[in-house]
Ligand binder design. Structure first.
Ligand SMILES: Nc1nc2c(c(=O)[nH]1)N[C@H]1C(S)=C(S)[C@@H](COP(=O)(O)O)O[C@H]1N2
Ligand SMILES: [Mo]
Length: 389
């Protein structure tokens, strides 16, 4: 009996020293809520539902469906779909309009799959200084999942895109509470829609998508911000003109020179946001934890960009004076995030200022300062204050 308890105790000690070097001091965490098909998530707003993933979930390669973040813009989100009568419609300048059932998608096309990071353009917005309006996400408006579905290219080829077509629009089943609220419609260039990578996904991590993540179909636009990943996708429309709807012309735009501008001299020209900016974050320990001196502490995090690949991640424990390489976990695919881990043994007690920076395959490194009026595409070097006792 005692033996058993002491074995458990030893396992507990080993587990805590190896896997969470930090000691959590306080319990003043954010408000957690439970929604259908979800575990406890951080609540941003209830209507529309905006739920953030707790940071600890990012200690895994794949973000489980029941912890995957949720972000809708309009309050009337689908809560029930009759899958037998549901159709994905392809219209506009095509040879033949299509109305595809779920069965059509699964039987008339080759299946495709990939691991890809979905990240809200406004992820980490709460850390912008000066503060900007919008949902105050921490780092949890993202997730890495395995998507399975049909290449959009194959669907468009079946419909036959007519010469002179320029853009393709995407709309889901969600609606605003009032008729004059603009529908959530996004667009891509025809060439992007036909690139063979953009996918209409019917599975997420081997399961149908949760209702809150856009069941039954989600557009997957790998390497681009999740604002284009239209959920509950029901209408695809091919156009011979550029689309001028609210969610392209007014919202989700960044300065034409990149996601950087000055509060006192805002950029004059903006463009729709597009590919994911390189970023790396700490996952473990977090600011609420204290670390023990002279003991190995596993520092963990992840890095990502638009699919051009992460070459290296470096850590600093002295506020950026010196840097060491953090070993990267194996690559899970071009569009996946890349996790990293480093065993750190702080030799003296005190306050440490950690930093993390990534370099991409082309040799570009993250920069030190960034700000834009919408709090989009956070990509600057993150700092973490750690108390060693
Ligand atoms: N139909 C629809 N699709 C949508 C949205 C939306 O409001 N309606 N929001 C987009 C944005 S901005 C994000 S960040 C992602 C969030 O996807 P998730 O809720 O599955 O995590 O969905 C995108 N697709
Ligand atoms: Mo988003």
């Amino acid at each position: 009996m005692f033996k058993r308890i002491s074995i458990y105790f030893t396992i507990f000690i080993v587990y805590t020293t190896l896997f969470s070097c930090g000691n959590n001091a306080g319990s003043n965490g954010p408000e957690l809520v439970k929604y259908p098909e979800k575990k406890e998530m951080i609540l941003l707003t209830d209507r529309p539902p905006q739920l953030e993933t707790p940071l600890k979930a990012f200690r895994e390669d794949i973000t489980p469906n029941d912890l995957f973040f949720v972000r809708w813009h309009l309050s009337q989100v689908p809560t029930r779909i009759d899958i037998d009568t549901f159709r994905l419609r392809i219209d506009g300048t095509v040879d033949k309009s299509l109305a595809l059932s779920m069965n059509d998608l699964k039987t008339k096309f080759a299946a495709d799959s990939m691991i890809a990071l979905a990240i809200c353009a406004g992820n980490s917005r709460s850390t912008f200084n000066p503060k900007v309006p919008g949902s105050q996400w921490n780092n949890g408006a993202m997730g890495n999942a395995k998507w399975k579905g049909v290449k959009l290219k194959d669907i468009l080829a079946m419909a036959g895109v007519k010469k002179g077509s320029i853009e393709v629009t995407f709309q889901g089943l969600d609606r605003g509470a009032l008729p004059d609220i603009p529908a959530f419609v996004k667009s891509l260039d025809v060439s992007h829609a036909m690139d063979g990578e953009v996918m209409v996904a019917y599975e997420m991590n081997g399961q149908p998508l949760p209702m809150l993540n856009g069941y039954p179909l989600k557009l997957v636009v790998p390497g681009w911000y999740a604002t284009y990943w239209v959920g509950a996708l029901a209408n695809v429309n091919v156009l011979t003109d550029t689309f001028k709807g609210f969610w392209m012309k007014n919202a989700y735009r960044v300065p034409s020179t990149g996601p950087n501008e000055k509060p006192d001299s805002l950029a004059k020209v903006t463009v729709p946001i597009s590919n994911i900016n390189m970023h790396s974050i700490f996952v473990e320990p977090d600011t609420s934890e204290t670390v023990a001196a002279h003991k190995p502490c596993l520092v963990e995090g992840l890095a990502f960009n638009d699919g051009t690949g992460i070459k290296k991640v470096e850590l600093s424990f002295d506020d950026g004076k010196t840097w060491v390489d953090a070993p990267l976990n194996p690559e899970l695919g071009k569009y996946s995030w890349r996790r990293w881990k480093y065993t750190w043994t702080p030799e003296t007690k005190g306050q440490y200022h950690l930093k993390v920076r990534a370099t991409d395959n082309a040799g570009h490194m993250q920069t030190d300062k960034q700000w834009n009026r919408s709090g989009y595409a956070r990509g600057f070097i993150e700092m973490l204050d750690v108390n060693v006792e």
